[in-house]
Write a protein of this length. Structure first.
Lengths: 204, 204
């Protein structure tokens, strides 16, 4: 079964993400890793992992509430009214070496802290549920101004959320202390499974 | 963290599914299990499993390609042109007792066989990838005319797909032989984790 996924899958998703998050299209026009958003980097890493049989991790489609659909004769159904819906889970999940991974990706321009307002409470609840089922939950946090990326295990995020009641920020110092570094590399540019490996070593 | 998921999440998804699959709205108007589609039954089972801390399994949102979005002043962004997109994975995944589950749900009115045209090749490829990462992949197949539901492990589906080259049908006899029965129950009406348990016993 040497069949690859259809091309362009992630491209469409990127367009959706651009629309959804209102990220600058300027970013999309620059070349190379520096110009890429964190989500794009993770999507490319996931493509790489899938093609090289290292892991099967996908970004979930953006949840939409569909209100109106037209069915033009001889044409594909056309959605003419729909709205973006708040996700009830994290954005990414999949399987790596038999283990269930579940995570979200967040970037901040801050240099000294990470604001908790980047999360919704149901995402924290979801990650807590994942941990209770012995899944591996975490957040990939990128400090864009520092060009540093961390795998921050869900149990620390949940503890900080409870302590700070979902407000304020986690200090950069605390994140670095409790995280695993995602190393810079060439292909994929964000080889986050390296940090997952480090985390697994700690878990075992 | 005794916070539950917001109500109505699955309701919206059901509406989407109805739109997408063109299933009769008549079904939605009848009451009780008999009137429910397989997807609704699985969604209700997943709600039950989540609320009772048994498993965290979600249906993925329907993938959409967004073409045009309006941003009315002081209102939510409104999608005014979008199209349904073929999914590149299965519909359901999640974690149960530390194991990664990945599956699709299919129903047929046939009594003697299950047509392979119910699957797309990329779904078969996806399930093969899941197995190679030691995930648990399967299909929940419901023979609606017989009111019988089976957990059919992915390795049998993949083997049949390769043998039959994606055409023709798998006989009812073969499915029953290689499957685990999903028992009828009251709450949830489709307690498919019971069949997963049986399958795990066989795997161990």
């Amino acid at each position: 079964m040497a069949i690859n996924y259809p091309a362009g899958t992630h491209r469409a998703q990127e367009i959706q993400n651009t629309i959804r998050t209102g990220k600058t299209t300027k970013k999309a026009l620059t070349f190379g890793k520096r110009g890429m958003g964190l989500e794009e980097e993770i999507n490319l890493a996931n493509d790489y992992y899938l093609a090289n049989h290292l892991a099967v991790i996908h970004k979930k489609p953006t949840p939409i509430t569909i209100v109106k659909v037209d069915y033009p004769a001889r044409s594909a159904a056309k959605i003419t009214e729909a709205y973006f819906k708040q996700a009830s889970t994290t954005d990414y999940n999949g399987v790596y070496q038999g283990r269930y991974l579940d995570f979200d990706a967040k970037e901040t321009k801050n240099k000294t802290s990470f604001p908790l307002k980047n999360f919704h409470e149901h995402q924290i609840v979801h990650l807590a549920s994942i941990l209770s089922q012995h899944g591996v939950g975490f957040v990939i946090i990128k400090f864009t101004s520092l060009d540093e990326t961390y795998l921050y295990p869900a149990q620390y995020l949940i503890a900080q959320w409870q302590k700070l009641k979902g407000k304020q920020s986690i200090s950069y110092h605390e994140i670095v202390r409790d995280s695993y570094v995602v190393p810079n590399s060439l292909n994929p540019s964000l080889d986050y499974l390296k940090a997952v490996d480090q985390y697994f070593e700690h878990l075992n």
